[in-house]
Ligand binder design. Structure first.
Ligand code: V47
Ligand code: SF4
Length: 362
């Protein structure tokens, strides 16, 4: 190991914050070293626990006002593959899952050009009425900014309206890559990085907790990845409202960036490890198994991840449409426990805010 790398590794072992240049250097460290450092940092943050929750998704529509180059999910209105569920259809999806212990409904979809904040507030209210025990984690900052603008609301007013309808948290999507130049190439219509951060900043200041993501492994540079992590770390220093960070691996099937291909599982481990090490102020790093596939998600538990997301119950299409292995993603509680055990860790059920849940039946 070279001298500089040794100094950086020692710093990480002492739980000292590293800078962007040091992260860039660490990025090309031997994979085994990165894994060790990240696993130690994970142990300091959450001991031997691997968190998961009982959740399902609702994807209200795949019609979208934007046209991100990496998206395999969006369809134009009128396409035979486009959908726009009615509130009644979405209620039915909740009703069909009553009594099975779900603690979270995750709602995310396309940016529908005709649906406004009042519509989505009503959707949330009706879901909460059916399943009051479940939190509603709803809408990426991109969807939120669009619907608030459409309704003539400030970010604060819009968030207040959704929170009083029962929205409990905001998922991390829409962050993509903050670098302005790259963003204008891969998702030019989408809101800016500043807009994404402003929505999360406002939410945190109102006491609404949120997640954050990066979309990596397409045409970005390592420097742009680290810049992204750095902006999130600075935001978290200011407001402290991020619960979890989710590195989202670009999946290449059926979109305008397919030519970029996909990075290897080793590269995924590097990204996870670096996220755990750099984001020393975000408590949880999520290995979203639907996107990685179960095998890679299990491996991720040795590279700093402490959360697998949830049981999903075959309720999301975003990743299968982009080429993820599992076309009907579902994970049983027994599978999650076995995965954690094989990684030398212990599966712990959590709610949306990482409060631990103990049940008598398992
Ligand atoms: O923002 C779109 C990504 C995100 C592709 O907060 C793609 O707990 C890979 O944010 N390949 C939405 N990714 C999903 C999301 C999420 C998922 C799970 C948990 C949480 C959470 C949030 O999906 C979008 C975009 O970055 N995405 N297309 C693609 N081809
Ligand atoms: Fe629309 Fe989201 Fe797809 Fe972009 S990633 S085109 S905002 S559905």
């Amino acid at each position: 190991m070279n001298h500089t790398l040794r100094i950086i590794a020692d710093k990480v072992r002492r739980a000292e914050r590293i800078g962007a240049d040091e992260a860039l250097c660490l990025q090309s460290a031997p994979l085994e070293l990165l894994g060790q450092l990240a696993a130690e940092a994970k142990r300091r943050a959450s001991g031997d626990k691997v968190f998961y929750n009982r959740n399902f998704h609702i994807e209200p529509t795949n019609i979208c006002a934007f046209n991100c180059r990496f998206c395999s999910y969006r369809r134009p209105k009128g396409s035979p593959e486009a959908w726009e569920y009615t509130i009644e259809q979405m209620e039915e999806s909740v009703r069909s899952r009553l009594g099975r212990g779900f603690t979270e409904v995750h709602i995310v979809g396309g940016v529908h050009p005709e649906r406004d904040t009042a519509y989505y507030a009503e959707l949330i209210r009706r879901i909460r009425a059916l399943m009051p025990e479940a939190a509603v984690k709803a809408f990426t900052a991109v969807e939120l900014a669009y619907m608030f603008r459409k309704s003539g609301l400030t970010t604060h007013e819009g968030l207040e309206m959704l929170a009083s309808a029962g929205m409990t948290a905001i998922p991390g999507g829409g962050a993509e890559i903050f670098d302005e130049q790259l963003r204008s190439r891969i998702c030019p219509e989408k809101g800016t990085a500043a807009e994404w951060l402003a929505v999360h900043d406002a939410a945190h200041r109102m006491g609404i907790r949120t997640n954050a993501t990066i979309l990596y492994g397409h045409v970005e540079t390592f420097g742009q990845r680290i810049d992204h992590l750095d902006r999130l770390r600075r935001q978290q220093d200011l407001t402290g409202g991020f619960d979890a960070f989710i590195p989202l691996k670009f999946r290449s099937r059926g979109n305008m960036l397919s030519h970029a291909g996909e990075v290897s599982a080793d590269e995924d481990m590097r990204m996870l490890a670096l996220s755990r090490i750099y984001l020393d102020n975000i408590p949880h790093i999520k290995a979203y198994w639907v996107m990685y596939g179960k095998q890679t998600a299990e491996r991720a538990l040795g590279f700093g991840a402490d959360d697998l997301d949830g049981t999903i119950d075959d309720s999301t299409r975003i990743y299968s449409m982009a080429g993820a292995d599992d076309s009907r993603p579902t994970m049983t509680i027994a599978e999650i426990h076995a995965m954690a055990r094989r990684a030398g860790l212990r599966a712990v059920e959590r709610d949306t805010h990482y409060n631990e849940i103990t049940r008598h039946e398992q």
